[in-house]
Ligand binder design. Sequence first.
Ligand code: UT7
Length: 360
Amino acid sequence: MAVPNLSVVKDAVNWPQVQTASFVAGCGMNVPERVVDNNHFASYLETTDEWIRERTGIAERRWSAPEVCASELAEPAAREAIAHAGLTIADIDAIIVATVTPDYSFPSTACLLQRRLGSVCGLAFDLNAVCSGFVYALVTADALIASGQCRNALVVGVDIYSYIINPKDRGTCILFGDGAGAVVLSAAAPAGNPGGASRWASGSAGALRGIYASELGADGNGANLLYVPNGTASRPTPESYAAGEHFLRMDGREVFKVAVRRLCDISEKVLARAGIAVGQVDYFITHQANKRIVLSMAKHLGVDESKVLVNIHKYGNTSAASIPMLLAESAAEGKIKHGDLLLVTAFGGGFTWGGVLLRW
Ligand code: UT7
């Protein structure tokens, strides 16, 4: 079969000529078995199931057993993504893990995951952009593929926040869950790429799967509104540990406002960069921090709620894992299909934010 020139294409929604370096070839997810519902918190804190559901959209979350580390939680998600892409571990030549709850300070969780997978080739490193970590990692992998560094990148978001939340702080402990999600990002050019043939989206003649536009941002002035004081700037002592001073801290009200503003801004910027209207997007995949944040963003953008995918009720805020988990679950349930145009956006500590427009 003749191989089309994939670097310059015209798609089904009358896109201008676009260049794409990579596409999502496969996805997977993994969550711990233990379900923690809102009544767990109501049993020892001044809170209720009703308050948590109304203010956050969360009904339950998953928490890992204390002996489980990030690379262990990530491994099944990674294997599922690789199999879903129709690839084997030997095809993976880059591993990027977005996490703020690594196995160790070093070596990286990416290297430890590489060892678990039995892979010996390619590059591996961790990336810290908190809840925006997966979007940062996706954009980084796309750039590495575009530069020819690798052809099939395993991009993982994994976090175990049950390890860093203060169980006595009702403003934060109710929000977070543990989980892992992964995608395989493959080079668009088909030469030597086993996933290349599946890149054509069936049912939408001429529509090419791939990353069409992206943008990242950060503002370190927001650092003290969401942080974990456990590092060289805040060295733990036995007393500070006993007082729980090493746990996550957040000014939720302020973070909420900035999150909505930045998510709207980044959505508009990415769409403008791609030259398409908000109405042309099939689904909005936004970091699952709070259902009200996601719906406020949709309202500001004038987007119908039916286009906004949500699974926070089941998993809470899983930080870097929330987007790849939502992608994997939505794909498995048939909500998103090959050919759908997705706007993926995230906001998190730092502050950091980012957006990616891609055809699934
Ligand atoms: O992943 C990215 C980073 N994270 C986020 O984006 C999270 C952003 N923030 C939020 O999701 C929300 O701000 C929260 C869910 C954390 C809090 O909801 P809120 O509607 O913004 O509440 P609030 O902070 O304005 O607090 C309202 C009241 C306060 O009581 P007073 O001062 O009015 O008497 C809080 O103490 O609600 C109280 N409150 C609670 N009450 C019952 C805070 N947490 C709870 C709770 N149960 N769990």
